[in-house]
Design a protein around this ligand. Structure first.
Ligand code: 5GP
Length: 190
């Protein structure tokens, strides 16, 4: 059983909305925050490291963790690709007297919010438009054509859930989006 009296912060957004840049900014500014490293079954990208970006694992290992109730939440975010927040990861962070920052998808975020209520701050990072999001993903070049189209299609669906979150931040100009996120996070962790 997880203790839901602790605080946590969720940053959610469609892929390519700039969530990672905003998350990095907050983590760098506030030492009392710590990134919650998720488990994932996708392949690491070329600059990613196991235990830093994700705990990369096989589908079998992931399914065993589901059976062992090791996850606070998990989702098949993309076809055949599973991602999940490990309870042990959050406990490690709380034990260090820090607040975990979860970079998770919209469905996982809503699931966690239902469990943590007011102890959870949720930020939805919205791209200025689907077209801009598509251009950003193309420029990033980490996905093949089909995976990219999947991410764009999913983005439109995810944006339809934005009103579930505590704060919607439109990432038009990154510095402005970071400042908005900063102001609300500062208050939450005070
Ligand atoms: P990527 O493959 O680009 O690293 O991440 C794909 C998506 O999975 C992102 O939207 C990210 O927020 C989400 N994600 C990462 N970790 C988790 C997790 O533990 N749970 C859920 N539900 N989504 C996650």
């Amino acid at each position: 059983m997880i203790d839901t009296k602790h605080k946590l912060i969720i940053i959610t957004a469609p892929s390519g909305a700039g969530k990672t840049s905003i998350t990095r900014y907050l983590l760098q500014k506030y030492p009392q925050l710590s990134f919650s490293i998720s488990a994932a079954t996708r392949q690491p990208r070329k600059d990613e490291k196991d235990g830093i970006d994700y705990y990369f694992m096989s589908l079998e290992a992931f399914k065993k963790k589901i059976n062992d109730n090791a996850f606070l939440e998990w989702e098949m975010v993309y076809e055949g690709k599973y991602y999940g927040t490990l309870i042990t990861e959050l406990e490690r962070i709380w034990k260090n007297k820090q607040t975990p920052v979860l970079d998770i998808d919209v469905k996982g975020a809503i699931h966690v919010m239902q469990q943590f209520g007011e102890n959870c701050l949720s930020l939805f990072i919205e791209p200025p438009s689907i077209e801009v999001l598509k251009q950003r993903l193309e420029a990033r070049g980490t996905e093949g054509l089909e995976a990219l189209q999947n991410r764009v299609n999913k983005a439109a669906y995810e944006i339809s859930f934005k009103h579930h979150f505590n704060k919607i931040i439109i990432n038009d100009v990154l510095e402005k989006a970071c400042a908005e996120a900063d102001a609300i996070v500062e208050k939450f962790i005070a």
